[in-house]
Write a protein that binds this ligand. Structure first.
Ligand code: SF4
Length: 338
């Protein structure tokens, strides 16, 4: 009998796990709550550091999928039950499957920047998030602020909703430093005369070519990196944003006027996945993400035999790390079902 695996969540981790499991000879059902597969990548204009299109990356992954994989979209998983040596997985619309193993690839949600009221998101029109900026890039329209003007100065605020006790998120979201560098360069390419600032606490350039991109941002594009946390932003009568920041390297408070302020929203564990982990009785660590059985030796296994994890449901990851994690999860499932 061909073993059957249900993969929950059709972002890059779910798609890549499914592709690998199917290639290994398993029957795979991939279930997704949205109408389309691809997750956050569908909305991401360009990925760092290569600037490859998010949408094209997803299209390339989907194109490589074995046609035998059953993709069940628009289905929110509402139940998982372990019955003897298999699982019954059910959806809100009556969909139900039996599975020999389940892979959770439910991803992350972006931090809701409204929660940092002092930054002015949702209050001032020219305060936007990194995701809003990607949407603007993807539209292909001229780069202007909400008043239709080319901003003379643009600010990027790092660590929004990450490494922040006030919002109960101590973790680093890993990818927002390099995303800020990438987006700052894209803004400079569109408006070379603009002054662009990044307000950061620490710069985490851990991936391959990240450091080079950061160097390029400083040397080629003259982007200014100011070490300090933003304390508040206000608006002037022309819609400009005045940011107050303490430059911790110079030890001076600064007030800078920008035409557009971009908040680098971090990653959080989605409440919908919390419901699934509760159903299964899985442990979540203090940051909310799912705890693997062993972070070094068994990072795709959970404490429940037959339930696996891949991608950002077990912590923030870049797209390339997510893809590698998904392939590793497929091998862990194969090992278990052997
Ligand atoms: S990657 Fe950078 S911006 Fe993102 S949370 Fe970590 S330190 Fe902050």
């Amino acid at each position: 009998m061909q073993k059957h695996i249900v993969v929950i969540g059709a972002g890059p981790a779910g798609l890549e796990s499914s592709a690998n499991l199917s290639n290994l000879g398993f029957r795979v059902t991939l279930v997704e709550k949205e109408e389309v597969t691809g997750g956050h990548l569908n909305k991401w204009h360009a990925l760092f550091p290569s600037l490859a299109s998010g949408k094209h990356t997803i299209e390339a992954i989907v194109k490589g999928l074995n046609p035998g994989i059953k993709i069940q979209t628009a289905t929110k998983v509402t139940g998982i039950e372990a019955v003897n040596d298999y699982f019954t997985v059910s959806g809100h619309n009556g969909w139900q499957e039996k599975a020999d193993a389940v892979v959770l690839t439910t991803g992350f949600q972006l931090f809701d920047s409204h929660r940092k009221e002092e930054y002015g998101y949702g209050i001032y029109e020219n305060v936007i998030t990194s995701a809003d900026l990607e949407k603007q890039f993807a539209s292909g329209k001229e780069f202007v602020n909400r008043q239709g003007k080319k901003p003379e100065r643009v600010g990027f605020v790092h660590c929004v909703g990450s490494r922040d006790e006030k919002v109960n998120n101590l973790h680093c979201s890993k990818v927002c430093c390099i995303t800020a560098v990438k987006q700052a360069i894209e803004v400079k390419q569109m408006i070379p005369e603009a002054d662009v600032f990044c307000f950061y606490m620490d710069l985490r350039m851990f991936g391959r070519h990240y450091e080079e991109l950061y160097k390029q941002a400083q040397e080629k594009y003259n982007i200014q990196f100011i070490r300090g946390r933003l304390s508040e932003s206000t608006e002037d009568k022309d819609g400009n944003i005045i940011v107050k920041v303490e430059d911790t390297l110079l030890g001076k408070p600064l007030r800078i006027k920008v035409g557009l302020l971009v908040l680098m929203a971090g990653m959080e564990f989605p409440p919908a996945t919390k419901a699934l982990t509760n159903m299964l009785g899985l442990k979540n660590v203090s940051d909310g993400f799912i705890q693997p059985l062993d972070e070094v030796l068994h990072s795709n296994l959970t404490e429940i035999p037959g339930v696996f994890i891949a991608g950002t449901c077990s912590g923030p990851k870049s797209v390339s790390d997510t893809m590698a994690d998904a392939r590793s999860a497929a091998l862990a499932v194969a090992e278990y079902l052997k």
